[in-house]
Write a protein that binds this ligand. Structure first.
Ligand SMILES: C[C@H](O)[C@H](O)[C@@H](O)C(=O)CO
Length: 492
């Protein structure tokens, strides 16, 4: 059985062809392309039509490589960002990037409509300016509310791509669940939030569950792409949900780090936990596939390195990601540390200066060479993972026994080892195409090839080579952690 999976990350997109033989899943990347936010006069956008073009190119290549019609295609991407469909069914707005400044400009006013505390207790989502709700609130406050009143449907990126292929409008559940407009009790949109923020309920499409068929490619679209018509399956549309689905274990006390532009560190839980501690530490509760819930924390992740790389490129110095990691490997640990989640690092632009300023501002030596910058970032990310792990343990009341690194970030073998060292836990690494792998699982579920998520994870464990990293140098890491804690905001 062959299927196509499309995954869009904030720095790249990929299309994979997967084949399930009843025991193992084999996969092949057949198309990849770069992605990045585009800044125009202080506004940040995605090139959505370019993304669609790459999706169709990937489908074309996938069909050619499959040598027949694939059973289905599944689409996942980062969450929060959306387009609005107008009365004639076309895309009326540009798709803005969640790092756009319009939310920060209106922050105080937005949280006067509903406080962060009340918002968290409404659905347990993290308080973050990038949430869909906050983007919509900022639109209204800046005079673009007429778009919300006049447009017909809001669709998150994977739902929008599905709509372009099939003409069907749905809101996939895992994406809806992190929009800050959801309600667990009814598994539907949250009327209290919608009414307080003046978001017309008609704008939000009916929710569809992962593992079900979203629609069939329209005849016209199939002809335009030049492929046979095929089904589009709703998968974990939120890439993190798809990545977590691909855990190669059914171990109950394991944590995961979905590692890419962001590092999403968390655990799977059987029902939502929303309390004073989740509010205080801004821990998110998000919908997962297979009836699970994802309790996790966003850590700034490899964005810090991507941005350093970009700055070096602008300075005329080209480094591959792996080259930077190799340079960092040769540097001493703990010369300087940063809180990776300091707000200074959130926006695009001159990451080298921001890290230098942070270090001098906290009385530490400023890094100078590429290796030194990356070492500061990697030591600090590993220590932040430990802080997240300990915070989760405090809330859950049990010990996290092991950590699974999912996604492309697992290629960073230095960070894998540092994570084991900082956290004092065995770290397992793989699959590196986790979102795509989880995407396939939900397609297999929809096709009846697997019965449930547990079975799917057994397939992944059989089909994937998993790296193992054991903790080392515990005493030095414990000492570094003591200092690292002094850099965190008091609430942490
Ligand atoms: C804002 C991030 O995109 C989001 O929190 C994260 O879950 C994600 O989608 C990573 O790709």
């Amino acid at each position: 059985m062959k299927q196509i999976a499309f995954d869009l990350g904030a720095s790249s997109g990929k299309v994979m062809l997967g084949e399930f033989d009843g025991t193992c899943l084999t996969t092949e990347v057949i198309h990849r392309f770069p992605n990045r936010q585009i800044c125009v006069s202080d506004h940040l956008y995605w090139n959505f039509l370019g993304i669609y073009q790459n999706l169709t190119e990937g489908i074309r290549k996938g069909c050619a490589a499959a040598g027949g019609t694939p059973v289905s295609i599944g689409i996942d991407a980062y969450c929060n960002d959306f387009g609005l469909i107008g009365r004639n069914g076309d895309l009326i707005t540009q798709v803005r990037c969640y790092r756009d400044l319009r939310m920060a400009r209106n922050e105080a006013e937005i949280y006067r409509i509903m406080s962060k505390r009340e918002l968290h207790f409404q659905n347990g989502n993290q308080n973050a300016l990038f949430n869909t709700l906050i983007q919509l609130a900022a639109m209204r406050l800046e005079g673009d509310g007429f778009l919300l009143d006049q447009c017909e449907t809001l669709l998150h990126i994977p739902d929008l791509l599905t709509y372009f292929l099939t003409g069907q409008r749905h809101s996939e559940y895992t994406l809806a669940s992190v929009s800050q407009m959801f309600r667990w009790e009814t598994s539907d949109w949250n009327p209290e939030i919608l009414s307080r923020f003046e978001i017309p309920a008609k704008l939000l499409a009916p929710i569809i569950m992962p593992g079900t068929v979203a629609g069939e490619m329209t005849k016209a679209t199939a002809e335009e792409i030049g492929v046979p018509r095929m089904k589009v399956t709703a998968v974990g549309g939120h890439d993190t949900a798809s990545a977590v689905a691909a855990l190669p274990t059914n171990e109950p006390h394991a944590a995961y780090i979905s590692s890419g532009t962001w590092s999403l560190m968390g655990v799977e839980i059987p029902k939502p936990i929303i309390n004073e501690q989740t509010y205080r530490y801004n821990i998110a509760i998000e919908g997962g596939v297979g009836g699970r819930y994802r309790m996790l924390k966003n850590v700034m992740g490899l964005w810090l390195i991507q941005e350093c790389r970009l700055k070096y490129r602008k300075m005329g110095m080209e480094y591959e990601f792996a080259e930077l990691v190799d340079l960092a490997r040769r540097e001493k640990s703990f010369v300087s540390l940063i809180d990776p989640d300091d707000e200074a690092f959130y926006m695009p632009g001159d990451m080298l200066r921001k890290i230098r300023d942070y270090c001098t501002g906290t009385g530490q030596p400023a890094p100078e060479t590429p290796g030194q910058f990356i070492r500061v970032i990697e030591d600090s990310l590993a220590l932040k993972y430990r802080w997240v792990m300990e915070t989760l343990e405090k809330i859950l009341g049990y010990r996290i026994e092991s950590i699974y690194i999912l996604g492309g970030g697992g290629k960073d073998t230095l960070l894998n080892q540092l994570t084991a060292n900082a956290c004092g836990r065995t770290v397992y690494v793989g699959p590196q195409e986790a979102a795509l792998t989880g995407n396939f699982l939900m397609q297999l579920k929809a096709a009846g090839a697997i019965g449930n998520l547990e079975q799917g994870r057994e397939v992944i464990a059989r089909s994937t080579q998993i790296g193992v990293y054991e903790p080392q140098e515990q005493k030095a890491w414990d000492e570094a952690y003591e200092y690292f804690l002094t850099l965190l905001p008091r609430s942490e």
